[in-house]
Write a protein that binds this ligand. Sequence first.
Ligand SMILES: C[C@@H](N)C(=O)N[C@H](C)C(=O)O
Ligand SMILES: [Zn+2]
Length: 193
Amino acid sequence: QLVDVQKIDPGILVELKYSTTDNFVKQDVYGNLTKAYLQPMAANKLAKASRWLQTRRPDLRLLVYDAARPRSAQVKLWNALPQYTERHRRTYVADPREGSIHSYGCAVDLTLATANGKALDMGTPYDFFGPKAYPKAEAQMLKAGQLTKEQLANRQLLRQAMQAGGFTPIAYEWWHFNALSRREAKQRFKVVE
Ligand SMILES: C[C@@H](N)C(=O)N[C@H](C)C(=O)O
Ligand SMILES: [Zn+2]
């Protein structure tokens, strides 16, 4: 049973981007889904990350852009990037046939924001698909002047908070964190259709 993350921690901010037209597909792909749902285990990890942040930076909040994502929505995201080969596309959007960890309620996309909801500068917008958004390329981007020290520090603070909560970052998206591996998520939970 998925839980609303704001019921677990009301201090977490939510702006579900795929429930608006302000996303890379430029369409509302969620309709009535406007809340951030996760497996209880993942929601508890997020609340732990939020508490970690509150202790160190009471002026900041976690701002969730996406959480549980139905497989039907994953298909729409997958189909929205026909310019990439399937192999390259998997870097940015999980293949719905394999299943996104989001579709098991075990992944979250988020940023840091001020208490009134203004997102911090992370160097790229959410769902910017390219090296500037790759955590694995940050040192190189900093050296090349593509990222500022402040943008990098903001990303590092987000990662520290999420890792303190028990999440794992990925190499290609600064905003995406997994509560479990895909294999574990598939073993333990059903896909949200
Ligand atoms: C599409 C992007 N926000 C995202 O969540 N990508 C990962 C890889 C996914 O689709 O699971
Ligand atoms: Zn994601």
